[in-house]
Design a binder for this molecule. Structure first.
Ligand SMILES: [Zn+2]
Ligand SMILES: [Zn+2]
Length: 470
């Protein structure tokens, strides 16, 4: 067995890992995710280079998708264009979301031709195999145990809830030959106390673990009080009647925020401002994903289900406005510029690397009454990271080649990440009954990977802990 990486090793984006196994003398490969590079990780590569599949896919037997974030699935169209014609395994919810995400990616980055998009989506859907959580699927069963070359005679996989976004999973591979070897790919792991979805539970066993390390060197503060913290910051932002911009991914973060805002509104019945504030989701994609979150309510955690059972609608309440067309998007920006009443706008992309948030930032970053609240990870080289870094010192950011001086208030709520923090990542391993002999750390900036490697080495002195390289 060997594991190769085609992304998410020099940073957090472009996730694409390859598991090679020797099945009866023949090497079979399985890809885990096929995501887009973003931010600094695109530096030095032309856009064609970032997208092209620069590795041999002739032995690839299947693609396994951990979750629908674009940095985990965005290169799928290019994989298919390169000739990939094998099953794509994903959880049922991810399978439902994937065509929406890919459709959006095609429209933004490839073509607006409806016929081409439709044909491509038909092809994609024909390859997707939805799998329930906690169910073993046999990928390739040679069952030729007598073969002298048979290191691995059967490969099985199972998805387990990762608590990161709807449908997200970590993947267990069982490689069964003379002995059993379990390889676990973490995908992106959710944090504890995150809204809507339950936190991930550790696998019973992993022999080899490939794990993300986005927050491998940090612990989120005040997760239990995230709602209060969000309210405190928003209260401060709206005291001057300004607009509050929250860059957020359409899947996951937007729904978590809606859940939180509904809760704040519900708990603050006597606050005039909270009973009247407009909450605007300016993203047709987010609206579609919110529908999917509603459709897959069985995947919500206990707390969220309890809220629903009391007759409340956490993702669908009266102060919530969803903006669909581009025309309405522009009209809302104009409307918000003219009035002096607070409003909260949630728009993608989460790292300000494109999407409708850019028009809001271009209009409102120069306004002292406006505020930007970051609630998610900002990768190096993204506009989001620049605003977060230079904004509080009165610096500037370049958006669409324009230099924008930042006068708006800039806030970061660190307790809000959709990613496990260092303690969560350590516990993920600590709570396994059968602990790994090999750990490979991916999906993080260098200091995060180093810090997490050190933690794992302390925890398991006999384990081989390495940092993934291309
Ligand atoms: Zn993710
Ligand atoms: Zn990721």
């Amino acid at each position: 067995m060997r594991i190769l990486h085609h992304g998410a090793v020099n940073g957090v984006t472009g996730s694409c890992h390859q598991l090679d196994v020797n099945e009866s003398g023949v090497v079979s490969s399985y890809l885990i995710d096929c995501g887009l590079f973003q931010g600094a990780e695109t530096a030095g590569r032309s856009s064609a280079q970032q997208l092209q599949i620069d590795f041999d896919i002739s032995a690839v037997q299947a693609l396994i998708v951990t979750h629908c974030h674009i940095d985990h699935v965005g290169r799928i169209p290019y994989l298919i264009a390169a000739g990939f014609n094998k099953p794509i395994y994903a959880t049922t919810a991810t399978a439902a979301l994937l065509p929406l995400v890919i459709e959006d990616a095609l429209k933004i980055g490839v073509t607006r031709d409806k016929k081409l998009i439709k044909a491509f989506l038909t092809k994609l859907k024909s390859l997707i195999r939805p799998i329930e959580y906690n169910q073993w699927v046999v990928l390739n069963s040679q069952m030729n145990i007598a073969s002298p070359h048979c290191d691995v005679c059967s490969v099985k996989l199972k998805f387990k809830p990762a608590g990161h976004i709807l449908g997200s999973a970590y993947v267990e591979f069982d490689l069964i030959g003379a002995a059993k070897h379990r390889v676990v790919f973490s995908g992106d792991l959710g944090a504890t106390y995150a809204p809507l979805l339950a936190s991930p539970r550790s696998p019973y066993r992993a022999d080899t673990l490939v794990i993300e390390s986005t927050y491998g060197d940090k612990n989120h503060q005040g997760r239990k009080h995230r709602s209060q913290l969000l309210k405190q910051i928003i209260d401060k932002c709206i005291a001057d009647n300004g607009v509050v911009l929250i860059p957020a991914f359409s899947i996951g973060r937007t729904q978590e925020l809606l859940y939180e805002f509904e809760q704040i509104i519900s708990k603050n019945q006597d606050s005039e401002i909270w009973q009247q504030i407009d909450i605007i989701v300016d993203s047709p994609m987010a609206a579609k994903f919110t529908e999917k979150y509603l459709e897959f309510q069985e995947l919500w955690d206990k707390e969220a289900k309890k809220v629903v059972s009391t007759g409340r609608h956490p993702l669908d309440f009266k102060q919530l406005y969803t903006i669909d067309s581009h025309q309405d998007h522009l009209a809302v920006i104009n409307y918000l510029s003219r009035r002096s009443k607070p409003a909260i706008v949630i728009a993608a992309s989460g790292m300000c690397s494109g999407g409708r948030i850019i028009n809001y930032l271009k209009r409102f970053l120069k306004e002292p009454t406006a505020d930007v609240v970051f609630v998610g990870y900002q990768a190096q080289g993204t506009a989001g990271r620049d605003i977060q870094t230079y904004g509080p010192q009165g610096g500037y950011v370049i958006l669409d080649d324009d230099r924008i001086n930042i006068k708006a208030g800039i806030y970061t709520i660190s307790g809000y990440s959709a990613h496990a923090d260092q303690a969560n990542l350590v516990n993920f391993v600590k709570r396994m009954h059968h602990k790994p002999q090999h750990i490979r750390i991916v999906h993080g900036d260098e200091p995060a990977k180093q810090a997490l490697a050190q933690k794992y080495q302390q925890l398991l002195p006999d384990c081989e802990v390495v940092i993934g390289k291309i």
